[in-house]
Write a protein that binds this ligand. Sequence first.
Ligand code: FNR
Length: 341
Amino acid sequence: MAQSLQSHRKDEHVFLAEKYFQAEASAGFDQVRFIHNPLPETAVAAVDLTPGLFGWRWPFFINAMTGGSAQTGRYSEALATIAKHCGLAMATGSQSVALAEPALAETFARARTANPKGFMIGNLGADKTLAQAQTAVAMLQADALELHLNAVQETVMPEGDADFHWAESIQAIVVGLDQPVIVKEVGFGMNREALAKLRTLGVQYVDLGGRGGTNFALIEGARRQDQAFADLADFGQTTVESLLEAQGSELTLLATGGIRTPLDVLKALRLGASAVGISGLVLHWLIQEGQAAAEAHLQAWQTTLPKLMAMLGAQNLAALRQVPVVLSPALVSYTKQRNLP
Ligand code: FNR
């Protein structure tokens, strides 16, 4: 069977995400400094990193990327195996393509086969119906479902949607689905107003999906013949700016976008995230170094995180939120101009 445009796009996304992968991200974490406490009065053995979210053991997870083509199905299986070996939760890429082409369901389901007991998150666009959301969950026996918001990506995509009415479908899915729903941006961040609106729709979990890592304006721009939207490459709120937008919100926050180091993870947790998603970096490790090396990198993070927590004098994530931080003048100006708390 010839590969459809939608399925081929999955291969292009992986290829282009890796082509444009930057070891140094620009998600704003360099603009946030922890204040060092030379008298931490804690020990690595006393650190508890459990996020208090979905029963996860670790406050970071592998976020949505793959499935939807034969090649990305193989990546999904590898990522699910890594997730299993590291005890991490994982999301698949958008399953919309498998709603249109049921033969592609297998490229998602193999993640579940590889990791039968792990916490698996499905993924769909926010324009879908409750019945479609239930199909996506069943395809993966998913424990939760991400609904992605990707207005910028659709705008730049040559074949993208032009209708962004999503509130009603989000509400229907949040109300009707048995599994928790995480509303997620794909790399352009969130603002305070949208977060407040999501709350009125009954949403509890939001992945801020900030700018500074994988950049779909760049990726979709590379798939176009023309450069019509080239100036959107810097568009959106960084992950740190999105976290600042979310201060004081009653939502349970996840933060993804440009996470490169364990210290980035802790800074995101400090600024209010309950868990942190990593996408491009894990894919980069997998493609460049293979599955065993990707696993070793993530296990090294699992060793490093408790050490950094102890160094900061934070025994758990609640204590981490009390560790003082200093923001760069640019971030202070951002919070002032946006009237953020
Ligand atoms: C993604 N991302 C993504 N997000 C989503 O909600 N549905 C999807 O189908 C995809 N597909 C996808 C493919 C590839 C190849 C990449 C690299 C990423 C976005 C992803 O989940 C994450 O929000 C961003 O990549 C930002 O995180 P990083 O990559 O900077 O860690």
